[in-house]
Design a protein around this ligand. Structure first.
Ligand SMILES: O=P(O)(O)OC[C@@H](O)CO
Ligand SMILES: [Mg+2]
Length: 292
């Protein structure tokens, strides 16, 4: 069971008149907890998150969306729970518990970056390398991924936008070999996507919070590259939200309810579920059903 989320003293993010979000946003470690000895590798990753300059979306965002880009894990597919379950099992061997402050940093990232954060911030890097952690984690995930379910509202939203002729695609940190396992029960739904950018795509030099995946996704639409101000991203992870903002795009966050609220202050809109999305608020065709 994940330790209960600790209260963060989050930096207040205020949108200045220029609508530019301050370049560094990383919630400091919670008061009262020992400052973890973050070694150079995970410091580099954490620093990348805070030094990546964040270009806020301009005012043109709402009301003029023409293309939609979806994150996958935790947003379209209920797969983040598998990562948590497996990581808790591995940590139990070292009598340690996995908590949401670390989960929040790992979500959405490329495997090796998430693995480096995991072993170093849990203080087990002397006995488990990031590479060995990935191999062990993968062997446990192989059986779980093919059982992935859709998140609430995912099918309804994708079919609605596709049916109305709105170009949609996926930009995920997931590697191709995992993508195929996770989506094998949902091939028809994912066939509605114009294209899929995966974590091992040659154009994705850096994982989220770098904008690479979302910029590659914007380029590959029929009429690409799409003006980022007309693109709407759906994400569940803080790193993914930052990546979308760094790409100059609009972003709706649908976070796990256990994620501390201090991680949810950068997105343009925060929803409890995709079922709560109102397309007309963004200039997209409204749903016909009375789901909400
Ligand atoms: O970018 P997404 O689809 O959330 O994938 C992240 C995944 O690598 C695990 O967090
Ligand atoms: Mg995700």
């Amino acid at each position: 069971m994940l330790a209960s989320p600790t209260r963060f003293v989050a930096q207040r993010i205020t949108l200045r008149s220029s609508n530019t979000i301050p370049t560094s946003f990383i919630p400091p470690f919670p008061r009262g907890l020992p400052q973890r000895s973050v070694t150079k590798a995970s410091a580099r990753i954490v620093a990348a998150m805070s030094t990546t300059s964040v270009n806020a979306v301009t005012d043109a965002g709402r009301g003029s969306i023409t293309h939609v880009i979806f994150d996958m894990d935790g947003l379209l597919l209920d797969t983040e729970k598998f990562y948590t379950e497996v990581q808790e099992k591995i940590l139990a061997r070292y009598n340690k518990t996995f908590d949401w402050s670390l989960k929040a940093k790992m979500m959405g990232r490329k495997a090796i970056e998430a693995a480096t954060l995991f072993v170093e911030e849990c203080g087990i890097s002397d006995s488990l390398s990031p590479e060995a952690f990935i191999v062990e984690r993968e062997s446990m995930l192989q059986d779980l991924f093919p059982t992935s379910d859709l998140m609430p509202g995912a099918s309804r939203l994708l079919r609605h936008l596709h049916g109305k002729g709105i170009p949609i695609c996926v930009a995920t940190g997931t590697h191709t070999r995992h993508f195929d396992l996770k989506t094998q029960r949902h091939r028809e739904l994912f066939s509605l996507m114009h294209h899929i950018v995966r974590g091992d795509d040659p154009e994705v030099k850096q994982g989220k919070p770098a904008p690479d995946g979302f910029l590659a996704a914007a380029r590959r639409f029929e009429d690409g590259p799409v003006d980022p101000r007309k693109a709407l991203v759906f994400e569940d992870a803080p790193s993914g939200v930052m990546a979308a903002k760094n790409a100059g795009m609009n972003v709706i966050m649908v976070p796990d309810p256990r994620l501390d609220k201090s991680y949810c202050t950068v997105a343009d809109q925060v929803l409890a579920s995709l079922l709560d999305f109102k397309p007309e608020e963004w200039g997209l065709p409204p749903f016909e059903d009375s789901q909400n």
